[in-house]
Ligand binder design. Structure first.
Ligand code: SIN
Ligand code: CO
Length: 395
């Protein structure tokens, strides 16, 4: 297979994306993000202000030169921190920007073909000429969207093996010790590079520039086991001792027979296969992947279904903001769960057209919903999601 970095002039259609690229190969798309979206994204001064806020994760990274080694400080940062930086060779990186800047969250709509339910965050970096975080690999899938200024990237053409994953010692930054084989490309505003997990990459800023990294990260299996175990432990029916009813002659003394082992496995897997799993999975993916960021809670000014209907009858429209992570998980009998803010609401098939409407992330009003879909349960569902801040009035 020829692994040269593919340079495309449009996003590959989903069928090609998933069979050829997702998790397998990096690619570059020139001018992938429309200017109208790029213009709304967070700018350098707003980013610096955000990095000054408590609870916002940020880092300042200095590129080494003849006199110094890598530098990495963690925020929050004040104005003086930026004023005392050298004119070149540093970067500011801020995480979870989609939670703080709704127009940056709107960038996510350009990645609807990706599994939005696996979104980790949008990290934004501002870098001065020569600024870089060094050669590294990430465990997530990332789309690097280039904003203002040009940046040169070298992207590996194969994933790193565990033996190749060796970092420079003693840094708060994971910088690869050894060179890697890859292709080099220069990107400018609106260009996107897709990098699969474990593909080494290194970007050096040619002029002051902004990069928006849209990252998708699957959970660790250990987190799934822990999360589901914690969830099951809340059920009274499971808070019962193992009855040891099926023990036999082989289980005497100090011996647990292989049959008894199998019994335990059946007991445990019965719960994984059981009816609670889809609901739990919905809640799991609907929660924030960053423990510093609280899930959206109920509004102070909650609306009754009648008030919501009255507003909508005047022509007002609702919209699901891009920063709200919605998760739709299939359940039994054609039902499905809608997850948001760490919770799951079970819905039947009659609500699916309305849920599709929300997933489009376009403003919608009563005139966009068919007569048949404007039912009491539908309006009640909209009121619930509005009251939980998963929907907003569109301006
Ligand atoms: C950067 O924007 O400098 C780093 C982004 C990345 O490599 O993931
Ligand atoms: Co990276």
């Amino acid at each position: 297979m020829n692994n040269a970095l593919a340079i495309l002039d449009s996003m590959p259609p989903p069928s090609v994306f998933y069979t050829r690229y997702w998790g397998r190969l990096p690619f570059v798309v020139r001018g992938a993000v429309p200017v109208s979206v790029m213009q709304g994204l967070i700018e350098a001064d707003e980013l610096a202000a955000l990095a000054g806020e408590d609870g916002v994760r940020s880092r300042l990274v200095n590129t080494p030169d003849e006199q110094s080694t890598w530098g990495c400080q963690f925020g929050p940062f004040d104005e003086e921190d930026f004023q005392t930086q050298p004119p070149e060779k540093w970067s500011l990186l801020v995480q979870n920007v989609e939670q703080y800047h709704p127009e940056t969250a709107a960038l996510l709509r350009c990645f609807d073909f990706s599994p939005r339910w696996l979104l980790d965050d949008i990290m934004v970096s501002y870098a001065t000429p020569g600024g870089t975080v060094g050669p590294h690999m990430d465990s997530y899938h990332v789309f690097l969207v280039q904003g203002a200024g040009q940046r040169q990237w070298t992207v590996a053409n194969a994933p790193l093996s565990p033996e190749q994953e060796i970092y420079v010692d003693g840094l708060d930054l994971k910088v690869l010790r050894d060179d890697f084989v890859g292709d080099t490309v220069t990107v400018s505003c609106g260009d996107v590079i897709y990098i699969p997990p474990r593909f080494a990459h290194a970007g050096v800023t040619l002029e002051s520039s902004l990069t928006y990294s849209v990252g998708f990260l699957g959970p660790k299996l250990s987190d799934l086991f822990m999360g589901y175990g914690q969830y099951l432990s809340e059920f009274d029916a499971l808070d019962q001792p193992y009855g040891a009813a099926s023990l036999g002659m082989d289980d005497t003394g100090f011996t647990v027979s292989s049959e008894a082992v199998q019994n335990f496995q059946t007991l445990l897997s019965g719960n994984v296969n059981g009816g609670h799993f889809a609901q739990w999975l919905t809640e799991f993916f609907a929660g924030s992947s960053n423990e510093d960021i609280a899930d959206l809670g109920e509004r102070d000014d909650i609306l009754s279904v009648d008030t919501l209907r009255a507003h909508m009858e005047t022509g007002r429209q609702l919209i699901k903001p891009a920063y709200v992570k919605l998760v739709i998980v299939g359940a039994t009998n054609g039902d499905f769960y809608v997850g948001y803010g760490g919770k799951a609401v079970r819905m039947d098939n009659s609500l699916s057209a309305l849920v599709d409407c929300m997933c489009s992330e376009q403003a919608f009003g009563l005139s966009d919903i068919s007569e048949a879909d404007i039912s009491e349960p539908a309006l009640s569902m909209l009121a619930t999601l509005y009251n939980d801040q998963a929907l907003e009035w569109s301006l």
